[in-house]
Design a binder for this molecule. Structure first.
Ligand code: GTP
Ligand code: MG
Length: 454
């Protein structure tokens, strides 16, 4: 059974987090006592699962060593007595290997790319609650999701602190007043939500407030709904709630964006999601502008065991690399080809020309492929970054956005500007430099993480 990281479900089950169809709100779910009970049950279950898995992996690794030891022994028994000494020496070394393997095993588990169940704490309880609010049952929870929600919440801490904490303090327990709504306007703009999204949200809130008194909790619920609806609009318009590689087809995903925003890192993380989800994957190192770019992408390829098609000669043509990569992907029947592109050339025109050329090659060589052109955006650059990045739109035929570096930014509100101004669906978010710090985007979880602590 393979967990598909893109669709967020096991390959052979129908369970999934379909964020756009969520009716239930976390504030209306069980009482806090029930939530805590539920979280404890989830924790106990995941702990049991993890223990079982560890035991199984340990059994497999010791059995492998046992087989090796037996094979060595039988290959030596036919030899004369003088060589028996060697056999014993080798046996001893295998036993030593076994002991080392057993102690390394614990280290490897710690260092592996798989999520590990940590302590039971507030973040765990919150994550379990968020999944419950999306209709998840106890037997439908994967540690990957709990792990990610914790990372997301932590990643959004800066934005939350500057934007939300002030709001929640102002809100208190009293009904919403027009003054609080005015303050909210300033906070949204400061978090880089953009004028359009801010106006839309505030208009809806003021309209509701004119109709009836809104208690604080209700106001917060309404605000969350409004934030989700702004973010979900382009996702719904795309007809695709989650971006998943289509099986049985060649999928080509281009990473596009200005320099330093996190294109290569994002590509590396997506390659890892793809491998973990059993998609055959290939990388095209089409950032030929910097020699180090090819090496960087090769390191990411190695981390997930993904082959990288590259041309290390100086001034290699990116379009030629993509040409080779598509040829190779077709020959191998690859599911997903990830293309790294340059963010900086001598002039902006050069960069756009290169991108256009790459795009032409893709369209010509793989007309039946499922092509996605993902704009990578650094959240810490906020709206400025967005404006700069939009220049790529007409050249690269953008189809979606990846927001990176949410962890270091207090401008997480840019997600709203992306949706309302660029009108592009957000497909992934990155909240850290680690290989597991990127996940498919889910507006409900994003908004809950943004407004957590209440
Ligand atoms: N904190 C944090 N750092 C990130 C994230 N994503 C990428 N980075 C870091 O940002 C820096 C630039 O990342 P790259 O992936 O090289 O960016 P790029 O867009 O490929 O850069 P160029 O190829 O030069 O255009 C690296 O130090 C990354 O580790 C993220 O989500 N959070
Ligand atoms: Mg790069």
């Amino acid at each position: 059974m393979v967990y598909d990281e893109f669709s967020r479900k096991d390959n052979d089950s129908s369970r999934s987090v379909e964020n756009q169809d969520i009716e239930q709100d976390i504030n209306q779910s069980d009482s806090s006592k029930d939530s805590l009970d539920w979280a404890k049950q989830v924790y106990a279950r995941l702990k049991e699962q993890q223990q079982k898995q560890k035991t199984e992996e340990f059994r497999e690794s010791t059995e492998l060593l046992k087989d090796q030891s037996q094979a060595l022994e039988s290959s030596f028994v036919d030899q004369n007595d003088n060589e028996l000494k060697d056999v014993n020496e080798i046996k001893e070394s295998v036993i030593l290997d076994k002991e080392i393997a057993s102690s390394n095993f614990v280290d490897n588990v710690e260092k592996s790319d798989k999520p590990i169940l940590g302590e039971f704490n507030d973040t765990f309880a919150w994550s379990a609650e968020i999944l419950a609010a999306q209709g998840r049952q106890l037997d439908q929870l994967a540690i990957e999701e709990i792990d990610w929600l914790g990372r997301l919440r932590k990643g959004l801490e800066k934005t939350r602190r500057s934007f939300v904490t002030g709001l929640l303090e102002k809100l208190g327990d009293d009904p919403l007043t027009p003054e609080v709504v005015d303050d909210l306007e300033t906070m949204l703009l400061r978090a880089d939500a953009g004028v359009e999204a801010t106006d839309q949200i505030l208009d809806a809130l003021r309209h509701r407030l004119n109709e009836a008194v809104m208690p604080a909790d209700e106001g917060l619920c309404f605000l969350k709904e409004q934030l989700c609806s702004v973010i979900d609009a382009p996702i719904k318009a795309s007809g695709n709630n989650l971006l998943t590689p289509k099986r049985g087809l060649l999928n080509i995903w281009l990473m596009v964006g200005v320099n330093g925003v996190g294109k290569t890192t994002t590509l590396g993380k997506i390659a890892n999601l793809a491998v973990r989800s059993n998609y055959s994957t290939l990388i095209a190192a089409a950032d030929t502008f910097r020699a180090a770019a090819v090496e960087q992408v090769q390191v990411w390829g190695e981390r997930s065991g993904v082959q990288v098609i590259a041309n290390t000669t100086t001034n290699a043509d990116p379009a030629a690399v993509v040409f080779d990569a598509i040829g190779s992907a077709k020959a191998k029947g690859t599911d997903l080809l990830l293309v790294d592109t340059a963010g900086r050339l001598q002039t902006k025109n050069n960069l756009m020309d290169e991108l256009q050329k790459v795009r032409r090659i893709v369209d010509k060589l793989a007309p039946d492929a499922n092509v996605e052109s993902l704009l990578v955006l650094d959240a810490s650059q906020g709206q400025n970054g967005l404006r700069q990045a939009m220049a790529f739109g007409e050249f690269a035929g953008l189809t979606g956005v990846v927001i990176t570096k949410l962890d270091g930014s207090s401008r997480g509100g840019v997600a709203l500007a992306v949706s309302s101004e660029a009108k592009l669906p957000i497909r992934f978010i990155g909240a850290g430099e680690g290989i597991r710090d990127l996940r498919p985007f889910n507006s409900f979880e994003f908004v809950e993480a943004l407004l957590a602590n209440r």
